[in-house]
Design a protein around this ligand. Sequence first.
Ligand code: MLT
Length: 408
Amino acid sequence: MARVNDHYLKLAAGYLFPEITRRVNAFGEANPSADVIKLGIGDVVLPLSSAVGQAMHDAIDEMATSDGFRGYGPSEGYDFLREAIAENDFGSRGVRIDPSEIYASDGSKCDSANIQEIFAEEATLAVSDPVYPVYVDTNVMAGRTGDPDDGGRYGGIQYLPCTEESGFMPSLPDEPVDLIYLCSPNNPTGTVAPKEELLKWVDWARANDSIILFDAAYERFITEDLPHSIYEIEGARECAIEFRSFSKTAGFTGIRCAYIVIPKELQGKDSEGVSVPISQLWGRRTNTKFNGISYPVQRGAEAIYSEAGAKEVQANIDYYLANAALIKNGLSKAGFTTFGGVNAPYVWLKTPGGKDSWQFFDELLEKANVVGTPGSGFGSCGEGYFRLSAFGFREKVEEAIERITTGF
Ligand code: MLT
């Protein structure tokens, strides 16, 4: 028999969202007439913007002509998309990013999972707790951790507690680390790091030769005057990588398109202590392992920045944000303690009566037929909390809140 990667055996049996699906399916089989409302995994429901759809149709028509046909594209994305991103997502906010520093990909989940590959096996890391599980699980798979303890925390990772008292902002690590994963707007807590907070992190990372892996997949949901990019912070080009995604921004969870930004200044070091540009390694990896996003998808992504596309995309974001407000206000009025939901599509709530997160999940499913995500699935500091996603149809969201606040 072939030898397997033992590190995979350290992982908890199932990834969080498939485990939720398993429980929901079991409930559905036992209760076939139940009208279950799903506000668990953050998956979009509104159709693509028509400008995006049209651009993709046009690209396919173009590919069906001899003049317009294209084979392999550049692994890191076509210039038209990288230029549109640099100008619209960064230039418009006064942030200098060169198109060549942008690498288009098939998702931020994949990017935030794959990035660790270009760092040494001995590289150390810190994550916030609660945390998007991908950051942790992929480092476990790569052998960068020990076994989990009873609370599910892996040896060798510095966990940075995010508590109600600290406004769900992680504290700085006690010891220097190579990699720090930060997510803002945060999944799962829905909170956003203000400028002074990011400044603190950038200063710390530069002083300690660390690299910040900054997940900004939800930045389009920011409504207040808060940073959308780590590069709004002076010095971040020397110490940070940023992940962005079209998934939630423009309904691309099924289409797949995202990107990663690696500034030219960002350096790591080899075993001899010699500086190595991080972009060189990521570029090499990309060229070896990836043939790029399909041309029609990249044309669709580009259309998000057209006048019509931008309006339509914003309308969808506003719709989800209005859902988030309904969830937050409805629950708060009913006496729940809620967080997030203003600059993010997630509402983070305290489970009532001190119930544990999975107990609340099961009760909510059984009594209200509503699915959410147990906070403990994101880490031990998520215990006693619960996440509701605003990605649903309005009437379903209203109905879910009605059921939770009256019958539950
Ligand atoms: C979530 O619900 O946390 C996200 O949808 C997961 C993801 O984007 O992979």
